[in-house]
Design a protein around this ligand. Structure first.
Ligand SMILES: NC(=O)c1ccc[n+]([C@@H]2O[C@H](COP(=O)([O-])OP(=O)(O)OC[C@H]3O[C@@H](n4cnc5c(N)ncnc54)[C@H](OP(=O)(O)O)[C@@H]3O)[C@@H](O)[C@H]2O)c1
Length: 331
């Protein structure tokens, strides 16, 4: 009998998105505790851009199919799986393997799709909002009435930070590199905006906060923005270190946190989900509730078929994407 196959986008050698190849590979079979999913949509995250260039902290062996998160339908479950059955609509966070017609994953990496959520939105949900909820509620201890500064606010995790910040009652200042991106931030609830490509970030913060500074900084960008933002932090402020989309990992003079009694706080959502699964599930439940209450609205700005996934990735890599870019798979 002919072996069942499926199409998968493979990274066979490290390089830019153009070096990815679409190939037929054998259909996966679930082992104990695993599930196989028919993938309907998978979203692009910045780590996908890094992982194919061998610049990410996690390095899967070559060849691998990339893609961190997906939404799909359970096709088959392995022995001992009790939280999913064939036909269930689920979200999965896979680290890699989502840009394919089928994906195999551990059943612990699944969440049920909330009612009223479509596949592209479901594929855009847990990584960005999960990271942000862990960052703002857990690591950052953001309180209602505090001021939250979001760098790269029109990006994937950036829009999530605006919405979770507003859901928690914060006053949100969104920073981005164009007025077009800032308009999207306003649509998602930002109270104030700063175009940090057109003007001085510190002056912008000073004007908005009357010189007091910001309580929490959500920094997924790094590069030239971290230090000026941190110099504008309020007494007892918290800098949340999320990522370095600008490329450079900034260095901070340690007299700055001393002078402000401020914290520099690392956020690593992937390890949080593995090390603290109960806390992660509590966080996911809160996010589902906020979605059902209409407080979270995943922003899918562009969709591509699997054959054009490289274009989807280049949109992110070239700083042109707003919100999430999604690869749609199958019918
Ligand atoms: N710590 C964690 O657990 C965790 C979890 C998820 C993601 N992350 C990290 O968070 C960062 C953002 O991820 P994302 O998926 O939200 O990415 P994204 O959608 O591409 O957003 C990143 C934003 O960074 C800004 N940026 C500044 N310089 C850039 C450059 N040279 N190239 C690209 N973007 C640039 C862009 O906004 P402007 O043009 O407005 O500046 C862009 O919107 C990544 O570093 C990712 O690895 C970390």
């Amino acid at each position: 009998m002919k072996e069942a196959t499926l199409k998968a986008l493979l990274c066979k050698q490290f390089g830019p998105p153009e070096s990815l190849v679409l190939e037929e590979v054998p259909s996966p079979k679930p082992g104990p505790g695993e599930v196989v999913l028919s993938v309907k949509a998978a979203s692009v995250n910045f780590p996908d851009v890094l992982i194919i260039q061998n610049k990410y902290q996690f390095k899967p062996p070559l060849p691998f199919s990339l893609g961190n998160e997906l939404a799909g339908v359970v096709k088959e479950v392995g022995e001992g799986v009790t939280n999913a059955k064939p036909g269930d609509r689920v979200i999965a966070f896979t680290t890699y393997g989502a840009f394919a017609e089928e994906a195999k994953t551990d059943a612990t990496r699944l969440l049920p799709m909330p009612k009223g959520m479509d596949f592209p939105s479901a594929a855009s949900f847990i990584l960005t909002y999960g990271t942000t909820d862990h960052a703002l509620r857990d690591r950052g201890r953001l309180k209602a009435g505090e001021t939250l500064l979001v760098l790269g606010a029109a990006g994937g995790v950036g829009i999530a930070a605006i919405e979770v910040g507003k859901a928690m009652g914060a006053h949100v200042i969104a920073c981005a590199s164009s007025d077009e991106k800032l308009a999207v931030c306003r649509e998602h609830g930002a109270d104030e905006t700063i175009n940090y490509a057109a003007g001085d970030l510190r002056e912008g913060i000073k004007g908005i906060t009357g010189g007091k500074g910001v309580d929490v900084i959500y920094d997924a960008v790094g590069g030239p923005y971290t230090e000026p933002a941190f110099r504008s932090i309020a007494w007892r402020g918290r800098l949340l270190v999320i990522g370095f989309a600008a490329g450079d990992i900034p260095k901070l003079p340690l007299n700055l946190p001393l002078l402000k009694g401020a914290d520099v706080v690392g956020v690593f959502w992937g390890d949080f989900t593995r090390r603290e699964p109960k806390a992660f599930l509590e966080s996911a439940r809160q996010l589902m509730r906020w979605f059902e209450e209409g407080k979270l609205k995943p922003h899918v700005s562009a969709t591509f078929p699997l054959e054009k996934a490289a274009e989807a990735m280049n949109l992110l890599a070239s700083r042109k994407a707003k919100g999430k870019v999604v690869v749609q798979i199958g019918a």
